[in-house]
Ligand binder design. Structure first.
Ligand SMILES: [Zn+2]
Length: 242
């Protein structure tokens, strides 16, 4: 009678283990979710950074453009001044010198103008780049929100399934000897969610240790709970004729 009872209890523990294995896997998955979200957010932040560095580059170019315009304005001012002075000069030599100075200043101004054109071209290019990056980022943000929503939905799914499993658990536990249940739960907690393991091909399926024939006989006798020497898990043998 006692033997039969233990055999039935072992069968219940195996059922309980199936439920608990799923609970442990779900709990593990749920714990990984916040990290998953923060990785997605960090990747998005990095993409935002790349936009702000292009925007910074654009501001630098605007500043460069202003400087060049000021410099150009200065040169144009000088040319005007020199041209006014030109008519006040008395000697041909002075006149020739002044003409040369005006020519040099005009040449300088023309170099600056070329620079200004280059900068304007760069500004146009970077404007397009910024627009592209902004659109890109909008798409990325939409994707991020979708991914986050999917994760939230999965968490909700995990919670629902865990609640179901807890109900199933409560249908099994009242039939168990409280001492056996306590022992099972202690092993479950200490052994990463695996408390009862099958002996297959004479080895423990929890740690692969060889299980000697006398221990196998002991398991088949159902007189007491048999524990694996190496991993301390409860051993059982599947497909035993009842
Ligand atoms: Zn073992």
């Amino acid at each position: 009678m006692l033997t039969q009872n233990l055999k039935a209890q072992i069968r219940s523990l195996v059922e309980l283990q199936t439920i608990d294995s799923e609970i442990y896997a779900l709990r593990y998955e749920k714990e990984s979710k916040p990290k998953e979200i923060s990785l997605l957010e960090a990747a998005f932040e990095e993409k935002k950074q790349s936009l702000s560095s292009i925007e910074k580059e654009s501001l630098d170019l605007q500043k460069k453009r202003k400087d060049i315009e000021l410099e150009l304005g200065g040169k144009e001012e000088s040319i005007k001044k020199l041209q006014t002075q030109l008519y006040q000069l008395k000697t041909n030599k002075e006149y020739q010198t002044m003409l040369k100075e005006i020519g040099d200043t005009k040449a300088d101004a023309s170099v600056i103008e070329d620079k200004a054109i280059q900068v304007l071209e760069q500004i146009d290019k970077i404007k397009i780049e910024i627009e592209k990056e902004k659109q890109n980022l909008q798409g990325e943000e939409k994707l991020l929100n979708e991914q986050k929503q999917n994760i939230e939905n999965r968490i909700k799914g995990i919670d629902d399934r865990m609640a179901q499993l807890e109900v199933q658990r409560k249908q099994i536990t009242p039939g168990l000897d409280p001492k056996i249940l306590a022992q099972y739960e202690r092993i479950l907690f200490n052994r990463d969610g695996l408390a009862i393991v099958n002996v297959n091909n004479d080895s423990c399926q929890g740690c692969n240790l060889h299980v000697p024939p006398q221990v196998i006989n002991l398991i088949k006798m159902y007189e007491r709970i048999v524990i694996c020497e190496a991993c301390n898990r409860i051993l059982y043998i599947e497909n035993e004729p009842r």
